[in-house]
Design a protein around this ligand. Sequence first.
Ligand code: CAA
Length: 446
Amino acid sequence: MNYDERLQHVSVMGAAGKMGSGILLLTAVEMADRSLMPENKGKTFVLNAIDLSDEGLAGLMDYLRVQVQKVAEKKTVWLRQMYADRADLIENYDIINQYINDVMRIVRPTTAMETTYRSNLVFEAVSENKDLKVKLLRQIDANNPGKPWYFTNTSSVPIHIVENEAGLDGRVLGFHFYNPPAVQKLVELIVTPKTLAETKAFALDYAKALGKVVVPSNDFAGFIGNGHFMRDALHGINEALELAKTRPLTEAIYMVNKVSQDFLVRPMGIFQLIDYVGVDVVQFIMKVMNPHLTGEDLHSDVLDQMMALGVKGGQLSSGAQKDGFLKYDKGAPIAVYDMEKKSYVNIADFMTTCDAALGKLPEPYSPWKAAVKIKDKDAHFGPFFGSLKTMDTLGAKLALRYGKRSDAIGRKLVADKVANNEQDVNTVMLTGFFHAYGPINGYFNE
Ligand code: CAA
């Protein structure tokens, strides 16, 4: 089966979820593009979008239409070539609409997982529950005579465990996207000793077609990205608890969030990122990773308390951010959750005092959106963090400790042989988390 034949019948499980919807979008576009190639004219391409939630699937189709329009607008010249034999498509508007139709007619939203029984390739993006994943893949494999390939988007479960328990014998690999998949350039690729060479070769071709950067990760729970993120998140939570010995936890959360965003020049503060991924997802990933670690406890009572209170963050099917540690208005944090009062406290009530306690940002300051575009990162961040190290403020001290911790986490991932080298750790953070600089950088050394 060649590349196009493999892509002619594909399923995405968990398609209405945050990761699933992005995987579905990228795959639908790639399949539509292949279907427009002269050699594939007249062939049928089918992409099953499978999810338990009817409401979620309806939201998915809305998301898809909006995003495909954006994709089409960026490639009208190529589309004009592909539709050269269509005299009826004159204006760009006609071409874009035709392309949206061509993508949408490939996608079949359904709650019926039996549709996977005819697929050549199955993307698995259901919830982060090993037993569920194994059960579903085992069931599909028992009913699909075509020996399909499985690309699991698990963010924490070792692939060889899924492979062995579901009896997939080389036909599964970890193909781990980052949130949102349409934006983050990274795919972590995880193979097992049994993974078929042709499955891996297809995965590399497919990632290339999607314009993704592939970083291989060794098959350890959490892989590289979550290996860093979970420890980084715990550091942030623990720093907030430390600060909360002398001030309310709500203020401490605001301050650590600000330090990890503004002082460290990241796209989101750590509590916003936990909310973005979902408190439940972060707690789950830590739980999955923990039994595989020695000499380390990836666990936080604070996450457990938030879950017990039902405050989980995550996103609505419209893509809007749900409230978690922070409350949001049009995507921007406006309040912090008080776990004792079980209500939100407005940031405006304490922002001035907390900002004064943190002190000024180092100079020359470029916020993340501008900094991420700077070509010579060392020339900018070297002096920036050099200046931070000379400052005797609370904000600078917290940022310095945070930067050092992030660097140490990165180095440990290499020492533990999760990542093959430091460059891979940096690439994961640059392309999966949209950081402006890699964590292993020497900027924070004394
Ligand atoms: N689908 C498609 N496009 C999206 C999108 C989505 N869900 N979300 C954002 N975008 C697009 C926007 O439309 C916008 O596109 P244009 O430039 O064409 O207008 C672009 O992304 C930038 O968005 P915004 O201007 O709204 O906001 P921003 O500049 O702050 O970027 C962000 C938003 C890309 C999410 C950025 O804040 C970011 O990268 N944050 C860090 C996210 C992160 O760390 N992700 C990894 C989480 S861990 C993980 O995923 C692994 C796991 O297993 C848990």
